[in-house]
Ligand binder design. Structure first.
Ligand code: PLP
Length: 451
């Protein structure tokens, strides 16, 4: 990929970071932190790299919040966007259609058998909110009115009130506790560190305890909401495919809706197109975003089963109209990019690339762990590898992860940590050179912070 050329740089704005913090409230940040560590001024991004005003080049080790699955500036996605820009940029999706949205919907419907109906919105949180609303509404239509949700320990599903409630992360949820609906969480999940772990294929030893919790929660249960296989924000943990298979069987047997939040995992991140494919299961509702447009434009999609869709298909005004609306639903620019991304995933054999990259990531992180002696619980699935900082100087109140992040920026990588969890979530097409560079940066950064 070409570097941002010096001649094309806009003129220097030395006070930009100072102007930024006066008015820009950055997401998921304590703004005071920027006093000591100002926001990085980006002037370009290409492939796995971000280009900074001061001439530095950083590896985007978190794919810009897990969405840049094909890296920055992919020429085919740029061309697809330009083609659509020449046609029309946005038209209301209620009452209109166009070839791009129809072709994209056909492609998405082909991802999972029986999920033939695609509801569009703008971000991952809204896709899950739509899924939860659909489930509640469907239960009303059925006449049961079950309204309770069960989710997984350490889960994360977004930032709207309902999706915050579905998440099990107090850090994000606590301030709003009083207004969030009560949700129960399944605890004691069969976490694994690799697909070779015995629990991956057979979790019969822990299933009885999990099934007991499911039974205890059955009364009034509307839906079970999960991040299939990989839980991102909750610490890059992954769990048994056999558990997922059993959970699907249990929800089916008890008429409970299963919602799979594949916002992080969709489009190859865990080594299969959907993470549910690891267990050979299909959920009733699947939520997609991030990799949907390969991180180019905000778009999300909620895939819905024929059975659920059928419940809403009725004469208008009988309580079966799903009247959720977001202004930019199905935005044609995003749809055009998404359609092209789907082509690239297939033509560039993105799953094959993940199969080759996964072992390289695991081996490299293992070497970091050996070299520093400070990483524990190393785990890897698909193109994600993670491990936890341990020992003196880590844990509650130390901000060890944040300090490693700052060191890593100084050494050439945007390596955002999750608390004390260090992880790499590079673009799916990252090469071995980037991985070994990241290995060196991570090792040096951990050493600099923890000795
Ligand atoms: C599993 C999962 N669900 C939902 C979301 C929320 O998506 P968004 O940030 O686009 O609202 C995220 C974001 O990281 C996620 O990882």
């Amino acid at each position: 990929m070409p570097d941002a050329s010096a001649s094309s740089l806009p003129s220097a704005q030395p006070d930009l970071a100072a102007r930024d913090v006066k008015h820009v409230w950055h997401p998921c940040s304590q703004m005071r932190d920027y006093e000591g560590f100002p926001p990085l001024e980006i002037i370009g991004a290409q492939g796995c790299h971000l280009h900074l005003r001061d001439g530095r080049k950083l590896i985007d080790a978190v794919s810009s919040w897990w969405c840049k699955s094909l890296g920055h500036g992919h020429p085919r996605l740029k061309a697809a966007l330009a083609r659509q820009l020449d046609r029309f940029e946005h038209v209301i999706l209620a009452n209109t259609t166009n070839d791009v949205i129809v072709r994209l919907s056909e492609r998405l419907a082909a991802l999972a058998p029986g999920l033939n109906h695609v509801f569009y919105s703008g971000d991952g949180s809204t896709a899950v909110e739509v899924a939860a609303k659909l489930a509640l509404h469907a239960r009303k239509i059925q006449g049961g009115g079950q309204s309770r949700f069960l989710a997984l320990e350490n889960g994360y599903h977004g930032e709207t009130a309902l999706t915050l409630a579905l998440g099990d992360l107090g850090l994000y949820r606590e301030a709003y506790r009083e207004v969030l609906p009560p949700v129960s969480y399944l605890r004691g999940l069969p976490y694994v560190d690799s697909v070779d772990h015995p629990l991956w294929k057979d979790c019969s030893s822990v299933w009885p305890g999990l099934e007991k919790q499911l039974r205890e929660n059955l009364a009034g249960l509307c839906a079970v909401v999960i991040e299939p296989i990989l839980q991102g924000a909750g610490g890059m943990r992954f769990y048994s495919a056999d558990f997922l298979r059993r959970l699907r069987a249990w929800t089916k047997a008890h008429g409970v809706i299963l919602i799979a939040d594949e916002i992080l995992t969709g489009f190859g991140r865990t080594g299969t197109m959907l993470a549910c494919d690891h267990a050979g299961i299909v959920a009733d509702i699947v939520c997609l975003s991030k990799g949907l447009t390969a991180g180019w434009l905000p778009m999300s999609a909620t895939l819905v089963s024929d059975d659920l869709y059928g419940m809403f298909y009725a004469e208008y005004g009988r309580g079966r109209d799903f009247l959720h609306s977001n202004t930019y639903a199905g935005n044609p620019l995003a749809a055009a990019v998404a359609l092209e991304a789907m082509e690239i995933y297939r033509e560039e054999d993105i799953l094959g690339q993940v199969r080759r990259t996964g072992p390289l990531l695991a081996a490299a992180m293992d070497r970091v762990a050996q070299a520093t002696g400070r990483l524990h619980n190393l785990r890897c699935v698909g193109a994600v590898v993670a491990a936890d900082l341990r020992g003196p100087g880590t844990g509650s109140g130390t901000r060890a992860g944040y300090r490693v992040y700052r060191e890593a920026v100084g050494r050439g990588a945007l390596l955002r940590t999750l608390g004390d969890t260090v992880y790499w979530l590079l673009p799916l097409n990252a090469g071995s050179g980037v991985i070994s560079e990241l290995e060196g940066i991570t090792t040096a950064s951990i050493r600099a912070v923890l000795g």
